[in-house]
Design a protein around this ligand. Structure first.
Ligand code: PLP
Length: 372
């Protein structure tokens, strides 16, 4: 996509020249094609869309129609799916830390697969989702990830084995092991290393008479932000080879792509609303913000950007949002057409994931205000 003009990348944009910015345009054909790419790469396995990446109902509907199931992070997400007619058997509740009432409501709705990574979460599941199928989230290396999910999540190998033994004693049904190699992981070997870790736990438990059934290889599938990245087929081949070499035949494989399914289907359309020269730098203000969908920009993610003036000579800009906060910077030192001015549109590519879904991320609402 390095030098392809926006008109070629997204011809459907011409239908929206008068639409007020900012808006996220989703290419539904591309979304359907990406779903099929994942289903082909993981044929015979179970593909769950991690809906925290994009929870717009129309997006979820397309993904469901293509035959993909769902990974939810809260009861609000589960409720949204059930109201759309998605059967509970197609939903797994894989946030390792869940609000107790959410576990109960999910269980009453028919959801039966849950993850956990601590003794306390296991106790919660045993009392609020009796007999449910549980997967232990294992802490694995996140090497190669641009949005690591280390530290906060996952039990050590030793702890995972002990917790799954405990799960069985509590009347829960140990289903398997789950992990996440970190989001936007461009290193397929990370999945291999994680499966090696899981295999050790698997056989320790087998020796104790606990037969696991499944490995959930999580998300992490990378998208195009302008750097090289492996295709989903390449990562799938590494995962399949690791399973064949390290785990018993018939081991079920689950995957939970979020970003990889939706990121490249989205173009965030935004307009220039101000420009200023400050301390030797040229600042360009647009009507999209790091607080309104571009939160990953604050962690250093850079989105490929196109404009209608891409043939003009370039100059370095600090690109920022309109909010009254100096951390609302979308990208430092970005080369853009020098002539950009009021009203010119900027098209931010690869913005279909973790943008609009940040509004009520994971389905959680902001705290309400009570005035006494
Ligand atoms: N599964 C779980 C449990 C997650 O927490 C996440 C992301 O946070 C995902 C899947 C999706 O990850 P990604 O968007 O990197 O594919």
């Amino acid at each position: 996509i390095a030098n392809t003009p926006i008109q070629k990348l997204a011809p459907f944009l011409q239908n929206h020249t008068n639409r007020e910015t900012p808006f996220l345009l989703i290419d539904s054909n591309r979304l359907r094609a990406t779903c099929q790419t994942f289903l082909r790469a993981f044929s015979g396995d179970e593909v769950y869309f991690s809906m925290k990446a994009n929870s717009t109902p129309a997006v979820l509907k397309i993904i469901a129609q293509e035959g993909i199931r769902f990974d939810a992070a809260s009861y609000a997400e589960i409720d949204k799916l059930i109201r759309m007619g998605i059967p509970a058997e197609k939903i797994i509740f894989m946030a390792p830390t869940k609000i107790p009432a959410d576990i109960e409501r999910a269980y009453l709705s028919g959801v039966r697969v849950f993850s956990f990574d601590s003794a306390m979460e296991l106790q919660k599941l045993a009392s609020l989702a009796p007999g449910a199928r549980v997967m232990c989230r294992v802490a694995v290396g996140n090497e190669g990830s641009e949005w690591p999910l280390e530290r906060k999540f996952g039990a050590s190998a030793l702890e995972s084995a002990a917790l799954l033994t405990k799960a069985a004693q509590l009347g829960l049904k140990p289903l398997g092991l789950t992990f996440h190699v970190g989001s936007q992981n461009r290193n397929p070997r990370a999945w291999r290393a994680a499966i090696e870790q899981c295999a050790q736990i698997w056989y320790v438990l087998a020796d104790q008479g606990i037969q696991l059934e499944a490995i959930d290889a999580g998300g992490g599938f990378p998208s195009n932000y302008g750097k090289d990245y492996p295709a989903v087929e390449e990562i799938a081949a590494v995962i399949h080879q690791a399973l064949a070499q390290l785990l018993p035949p018939g081991t079920r494989l689950m995957v939970e792509p979020g970003r990889g399914l939706v990121a490249e289907c989205g173009v965030l359309v935004t307009s220039v609303i101000n420009r200023a020269h400050r301390a030797g730098q040229e600042w360009l203000y647009v009507d999209a913000s790091a607080y309104h969908g571009l939160v990953e920009a604050m962690q250093g993610f850079t989105f490929p950007i196109r404009t209608e003036k891409d043939l003009a000579p370039r100059a370095p800009f600090v690109l920022c949002g309109p909010t009254c906060d100096s951390t609302d910077v979308i990208q430092e030192n970005v080369l853009l057409p020098a002539t950009l001015g009021l009203g010119d549109r900027l098209y931010l590519l690869t913005t279909g994931a973790y943008t609009t879904s940040m509004e009520h991320y994971n389905g959680f609402q902001f705290p309400s205000t009570v005035i006494e």
